[in-house]
Ligand binder design. Structure first.
Ligand code: GAL
Length: 429
């Protein structure tokens, strides 16, 4: 395979979970377990919003059909990208009150939970369901530690997508969507002249999300991937240039929206031209009203690789875990079996706007954007997402988020770079 996975998943002891590793009870019962509590399965995620909740609902329906004796308890905490959910999860884990299962990104984020001793290995489940045969080996590597495998990946998402409104581009005289950072800046300037919002953004995490696409597009794939290897030079002039590009691009952003959905909606509604967002935006644009916006692909919205990143798939993967001390361990395993199954993944992913982690999924279900996505995944180079837990663990990511937050006030590229150098020195060992 010509896959280029981040072999070195940057792992340091995550600040998030650096309190006492509890070791958990592991007896599968919580204090005061009644019959009803035993039957309930608490599934912790951040999929509450439009688009996201549709996918979860599809998988939940299969779970309920397969397990009439169990009740699905949706413990989702609102907030795109899960920063809020993970803060609450952290305090639950520290208090040894885990949910039965929780969502964790494959890569550095998951390795943080593993190293803090919060998760049970899932080797027996992998053997029973022969899961090593159906997930790409490189993905299994990202959720493995010392020979044990610790989560069930349900999907692959792409982070580096430039969503755009074709009509807004046309009205601005932009003949084709931008392929490079320079073309992107020219197009943003053209849209600005029409008084539409050139680039929509949401809350702070969406700006970190934008940053990862700009770094990849400006530095190139190999230099981006090298940033996550020990001793990488974050003070290099190429990074100064990339951060300058980020500053220029951000100067075209409209007012920050509450989260990713309202920012993406500005594009679908024709209020804004561009939005850099992961492909969960596709589920939101495309799903019928209720969960989604019911918009027409290629007419109301369209997409290309984010500028400068064509041929590279910046990936992330949602996976589910078995925390040590899960009150309903058997119920959690029943959920993991659905999450691992072809039926579960093929119900979840077309709604979620992602492609299945399983290699044997039914390709006919993945049409339109998702067909493109599958082809890109099969043929592209790979890079790992920052914001969504692949390359930087929670402590490092928090430091990057803080640096970006300060930059939004100061607009000082030198200070941003200095803070990123510092963040790497502290965390990239
Ligand atoms: C990511 C997550 C996706 C999607 C997105 C926006 O971190 O992996 O599944 O939910 O956040 O909320």
């Amino acid at each position: 395979m010509r896959r280029r996975w981040m072999s070195a998943v940057a792992v340091t002891v995550a600040g998030l979970l650096s309190l006492t590793a509890c070791g958990g009870g592991g007896d599968g019962k919580s204090a005061g377990d009644g019959q009803a509590a035993k039957k309930q399965v608490e599934v912790f995620s951040w999929w509450t919003g439009p688009g996201e909740a549709d996918g979860l609902k599809a998988m939940r329906e299969i779970f309920e059909k397969r397990n009439p004796g169990l009740t699905f308890f949706d413990a989702a905490v609102a907030g795109g990208s899960g920063d809020k959910a993970r803060a609450l999860l952290s305090s639950k884990l520290q208090a040894n009150q885990p949910p039965d299962t929780f969502q964790g990104h494959a890569g550095a984020e998951l390795q943080g939970y593993i190293k803090a001793g919060k998760l049970e290995p899932l080797n027996a489940l992998y053997d029973e369901l022969k899961l090593k045969e159906v997930f790409p080996q490189q993905l299994v590597d990202q959720i493995t530690y010392k020979g044990n495998v610790y989560s069930v990946p349900v999907n692959i998402h792409r982070s580096n997508v430039l969503w755009f409104n074709p009509k807004v581009l046309k009205d601005a005289g932009v003949a084709a969507p931008p392929k490079t950072i320079e073309e992107f800046i020219t197009a943003l300037e053209a849209v600005k002249r029409t008084k539409k919002i050139p680039l929509s953004i949401g809350s702070e995490w969406t700006v970190v999300h934008l940053l990862e696409s700009v770094l990849l597009g400006s530095l190139g794939t190999d230099a981006y991937n090298a940033l996550w290897t020990p001793g990488a030079d974050w003070s290099a002039p190429a990074l100064t240039k990339a951060l300058g590009d980020f500053k220029t691009i951000l100067s075209y952003a409209g007012p920050a929206q509450d989260d990713w959905q309202p920012a993406s909606k500005q594009v679908a509604d024709g209020a804004a031209a561009f939005n850099v967002m992961g492909d969960w935006a596709y589920g939101y644009f495309h799903n019928p009203p209720d969960g989604g916006l019911g918009k027409k692909s290629k007419e109301d919205f369209d997409w290309v690789a984010s500028p400068g990143t064509d041929g590279t798939f910046m990936w992330l993967s949602d996976s589910f875990t078995l925390p040590k001390g899960a009150p309903n361990r058997d119920g959690a395993l029943a959920w993991l079996k659905v999450a691992a199954s072809k039926e579960g993944q093929d119900a979840f992913n077309p709604k979620k706007g992602s492609i299945p982690a399983r290699k044997d999924a039914d390709k006919a279900l993945y049409t339109d954007y998702l067909e493109w996505d599958l082809a890109q995944w099969a043929n592209g180079k790979l890079a790992g997402s920052i914001q969504h837990g692949v390359v930087a663990n929670d402590a490092w990511k928090t430091a990057i988020t803080e640096a970006v937050g300060l930059f939004l006030q100061s607009k000082d590229v030198a200070k941003l770079q200095q803070a990123l150098v510092q963040a790497a020195q502290t965390n990239n060992q």
